[in-house]
Design a protein around this ligand. Structure first.
Ligand code: SF4
Length: 330
């Protein structure tokens, strides 16, 4: 396993400072313990208005989503210190900015599935001591693996205690169809009703609605009526994102539905959702993001040439094992 005391050494920085800079850093000499961290903006907002730091929680990812290059390897979990070292890297790039930033969003959503790493909770506890900012908010994006009830209970306790009104849970749903969800999230995961129950507990005391994320693949059903049967628009927002052109999405033949040929169909779904009072975010992203490899795991793959899947099973037996089936060809 990684040496938690090794410092983060930046081995590559790429991207556009006006959009997103992706760093690849290593803890120690072993190339397996490399991570990606993103220092990003939300144009046209200035960094002082909104600053996003997106960090990795695992060395690779054991989940194996077919659209994600982070799934090309998994070598264990980061410690809380290793997660915060990534935040320190980003803070050091803009000295003094945190103190005046209106919204500094630390996003636990780069490489790795946060809910499979117990140390994420400790990192969230320690984060406010590191980031002295009135705008600090934390965001955790998860596929909601089964068997992690205690982890989510701890997360909820931390959210209530340390991040009142300053926390967002993002649930990666991907489709309204159970079979498509099994294909796109190839580990045991909460079904739509279970996701709804989980999300509601986070919205009870928190001002921000949990976000239902759908990376819309062409052949994955997305039915607003099904969504509305499970998720109350008073408590959930919906975010539609493209399937990005990663190596793995190409290997798995995944095409995005957010493109010109299918735009009318997506527009119709958005209109139906808005008519049902959902807040809907359509996040197309800047084409430059693809050019600079700002999709999860892309930069590390390019730097380290990770094209083969090498999975070390998680030591924690309560975690679901990764599915081999969806890793073929990775
Ligand atoms: S999308 Fe997230 S959960 Fe899925 S493989 Fe990538 S990092 Fe892991």
């Amino acid at each position: 396993m990684s040496k938690a005391c090794e410092p983060l050494v930046n081995i590559s920085t790429s991207g556009d400072p006006d959009l997103a800079v992706v760093a690849v850093g290593k803890f120690g000499e072993d190339a397996r313990y490399a991570v990606e961290t993103v220092d990003a903006l939300d144009p046209p907002k200035s960094r002082q208005q909104k600053w996003i730091i997106n960090l990795s929680t695992q060395f690779g990812c054991p989940v194996g989503c077919p659209m994600c290059d982070a799934a090309g390897a998994y070598h264990g979990d980061l410690s809380a210190k290793q997660m915060l070292a990534q935040v320190s890297w980003a803070l050091a790039r803009h000295p003094g900015m945190a103190a005046t930033c209106a919204k500094l969003k630390v996003h636990f959503s780069r490489m790795g599935e946060p809910a499979l790493n117990d140390a994420v909770c400790q990192a969230l506890i320690d984060l406010p001591s590191l980031v002295k900012s009135p705008g600090l908010m934390a965001c955790v994006a998860t596929v909601a693996p089964k068997g992690r009830k205690d982890w989510f209970a701890r997360l909820l306790e931390i959210q209530r205690r340390l991040y009142p009104k300053r926390f967002q849970l993002q649930l990666s749903v991907q489709s309204t169809d159970a079979a498509a969800r099994r294909r796109l999230i190839p580990i045991p995961h909460l079904d739509l009703d279970e996701l709804s129950s989980l999300g509601l507990t986070f919205h009870e005391t928190n001002g921000r609605k949990p976000v239902l994320n759908f990376a819309l693949a062409e052949d994955a059903p997305f039915d607003p009526m099904v969504l509305s049967r499970h998720f109350d628009s008073k408590h959930f927002a919906v975010k539609l994102t493209p399937i990005n052109p990663t190596a793995r999405s190409e290997q798995h033949g995944l095409r995005t539905r957010l493109r010109s040929e299918t735009e009318a169909e997506v527009d119709d779904a958005i209109e139906r959702l808005r008519n049902m009072n959902y807040d809907v975010i359509r996040s197309v992203g800047d084409p430059k993001e693809d050019e600079i490899g700002s999709n999860c795991g892309q930069t590390l793959r390019m730097i380290l040439g990770r094209t083969q899947t090498t999975i070390n099973r998680p030591a924690n037996p309560t975690r679901p094992p990764p599915s081999a089936g969806n890793r073929m060809g990775a």
